[in-house]
Design a protein around this ligand. Structure first.
Ligand SMILES: *[C@@H]1O[C@H](CO)[C@@H](O)[C@H](O)[C@H]1NC(C)=O
Ligand SMILES: *[C@@H]1O[C@H](CO)[C@@H](O)[C@H](O)[C@H]1NC(C)=O
Ligand SMILES: *[C@@H]1O[C@H](CO)[C@@H](O)[C@H](O)[C@H]1NC(C)=O
Ligand SMILES: *[C@@H]1O[C@H](CO)[C@@H](O)[C@H](O)[C@H]1NC(C)=O
Ligand SMILES: *[C@@H]1O[C@H](CO)[C@@H](O)[C@H](O)[C@H]1NC(C)=O
Length: 542
């Protein structure tokens, strides 16, 4: 071959490679192999059994770009079944990959299973965690950050760097012991502490003087709301669970269980060290704290006491702050069309669903119920029962009344709300507990949080709804003896878990499912069952 021919061949080859990459450039695939093992960890100084991912606690951060295809091979080396959910990832048309017991058979010990999903049209701060029993109390959780594609502008300057804060309460108790205690009817005590990225204190985040950083903060805990703050600095809130909010500066922020935010912090104070503090909210007698250090590159001075102070029990403070978190109607969402094009106030509500949580006793042990029914896992994923048309696993629209009629004992069940695709639904969460904040999460969706209120909700409260720029998120807090109202467009076909983010309550029955249905069987509306789907329970021999 002459030299020019070789060159021509090389150029051709380069073009083929370049253009093949270009064709897939927008929707890349990212592969992960995650080995789930037990390992000894001592986050609060006392050695205990933790759940590790590739040897790490917390698990490795998953860094994605919008529309990435994600392939995660999860190798379960625990002695019990395992599943992970991708909290806030909407799994569009794809509840098959949601990783909860109502959609997936658990991955048996000693085996592996591969999740395949896409971070479709999402930008933001999310996290993942194990969903079975109380495993989440032992680890297996981590950050899941989705950055924008270069073609999509975000309404804030590109930060110089990013820090991730996985904050949560922690028990010095093995997850199996916690489960046993719950099974025996005990209410869990106050957690033993709070952690940031697995540490109660001492972690150092180093930044350059004068630069702006993004702090991504998630409350990954079991039960405790937190207040997050940074000594000597304000935080500009720019993103809430995948939505761009109207940017406001805060001195401290309440983050409830299962919620995530991103804030921008400019290192424009005296170059020294500063305390980053997260403290517990609404824990009456003991305030739990965790700290980390923000260190300027030019710092020679350690952080000075006292810690910056924050609210501890004030519920009204929290509700007032929540009402300042609003959607930026002119900012782009991950889809290259304005977020504000979705005018939810013009859409008629198809149905109102009222849900009341109660603490109750069934068969002599503690349970949590919704409208008088405490969810009990039927052993066959509801999604598989639906797909294979297996009767007797769940009953549609068996969710009971809110509040449950006085004197009717709560019972176990498998409540499922049935809705048609594209219904526009109002859900009112009524918190019957006078002391505890609730945290409600819906898989597969984000929703507009149109109001928080005290007392019992009534239809007249609709006049107070924010029908213009309510924040669009996936997890909402409900204050003690109060209510929260959300509006949700049921545009994602599938079987979706609506659950308490407070995990002892979820485990003891404060959850249900929403089946979003359309009789048309089309791959445009919902993906087919994955080829590798695990089968179990009554679906085992299908
Ligand atoms: C289990 O892992 C192997 C490779 O380690 C892979 O080839 C196989 O597809 C995985 N099985 C499942 C069900 O994901
Ligand atoms: C947490 O910090 C607050 C305020 O600094 C303090 O009152 C409280 O005692 C601390 N809690 C613990 C458990 O040390
Ligand atoms: C809202 O988004 C627009 C468009 O990106 C941006 O210019 C503006 O600063 C944002 N406003 C607030 C208050 O966040
Ligand atoms: C909403 O309902 C009202 C009254 O029932 C009706 O007049 C209107 O056309 C409906 N709007 C839409 C967008 O369907
Ligand atoms: C109580 O427990 C018994 C024995 O385990 C069981 O058969 C029964 O269904 C339970 N009752 C309720 C209301 O769950």
């Amino acid at each position: 071959m002459r030299l020019s021919a070789i060159f021509q061949t090389l150029i051709l080859a380069a073009l083929v490679v370049c253009c093949a990459l270009w064709a897939n450039g927008e929707d890349e695939s990212k592969y992960f192999t995650w080995e789930i093992t037990y390992g000894t960890i001592s986050p609060l100084g006392k050695p205990q059994q933790g759940i590790l991912i590739n040897g790490q606690f917390p698990g490795p951060p998953m860094e994605l770009i919008t529309n990435d295809n994600v392939i995660v091979n999860v190798i379960n080396k625990l002695d019990e079944p395992f599943l992970i959910t991708w909290n806030g990832i909407q799994q569009r048309k794809n509840s098959w990959q949601d990783g909860v017991l109502g959609t997936n058979c658990p991955i048996p010990p000693g085996t592996n299973w591969t999740y395949k999903w896409q971070a479709k049209d999402q930008i933001g701060t999310y996290f993942y965690f194990p969903t079975i029993a109380m495993q989440r109390a032992a680890g297996g959780f981590g950050a899941l950050n989705v950055a924008q594609r270069s073609v999509i502008p975000v309404p804030y300057p590109t930060p110089y760097g990013e820090f991730t804060f996985i904050v949560g309460d922690w028990y010095n108790t093995n997850h199996k012991d916690l489960r046993q205690r719950l099974d025996a009817g005990e209410v869990l005590p106050l957690p033993d502490g709070l952690l940031i990225n697995g540490h109660p204190s001492g972690l150092t985040f180093k930044g350059e003087t004068g630069k702006q950083y993004m702090f991504r903060v998630t409350n990954v805990g079991i039960s405790t709301s937190i207040n997050f703050r940074i000594q000597g600095h304000t935080m500009l809130l720019v993103e809430v669970e995948g939505s761009h909010n109207l940017q406001v500066e805060y001195e401290s922020l309440d983050i409830h269980v299962g919620q995530s935010v991103a804030v921008l912090v400019t290192l424009n104070a005296n170059p020294k060290d500063y305390y980053i503090v997260a403290s517990s909210r609404f824990t009456e007698h003991t305030i739990l704290n965790t700290t980390a250090i923000l260190q300027y590159d030019k710092s020679n001075t350690p952080a000075s006491l006292p810690w910056p102070s924050g609210p501890t029990y004030q519920i009204h403070w929290s509700m007032k702050q929540a009402r300042t978190i609003l959607l930026n109607l002119t900012a782009n969402a991950a889809r290259p069309n304005p977020q504000g094009s979705y005018h939810y106030k013009t859409i008629n509500i198809t149905t109102t669903i009222e849900l009341s949580n109660t603490e109750t006793t069934i068969n002599g042990t503690l349970r949590y119920a919704v409208n008088g029914i405490s969810y009990s896992d039927p052993g066959t994923p509801l999604k598989l029962a639906d797909y294979f048309k297996i009767p007797g696993v769940f009953t549609l629209n068996s969710i009971g009344y809110s509040p449950p009629p006085a004197g009717t004992p709560a019972k176990l069940g498998v409540p499922v709300i049935g809705r048609n695709l594209h219904d526009f639904v109002e859900i009112v969460f009524q918190n019957e507990d006078k002391k505890k904040v609730q945290s409600w999460h819906l898989d597969g969706y984000s929703f507009y949080v149109v109001a928080y209120g005290h007392g019992t909700w009534s239809p007249a409260d609709r006049e107070k709804y924010n029908m213009n720029d309510a924040i669009y998120r996936h997890t909402v807090q409900v204050y003690p003896a109060g209510w929260s109202a959300i509006l949700v467009s049921m545009d994602n076909k599938g079987m979706w878990n609506l659950r308490s983010g407070i995990w002892d309550r979820e485990y003891l029955g404060q959850q249900l499912y929403v089946r979003v249905w359309d009789s048309q069987e089309s791959l445009f509306l919902e993906y087919d069952i994955p080829q590798n789907a695990l089968l179990c329970g009554k679906a085992k021999r299908r």
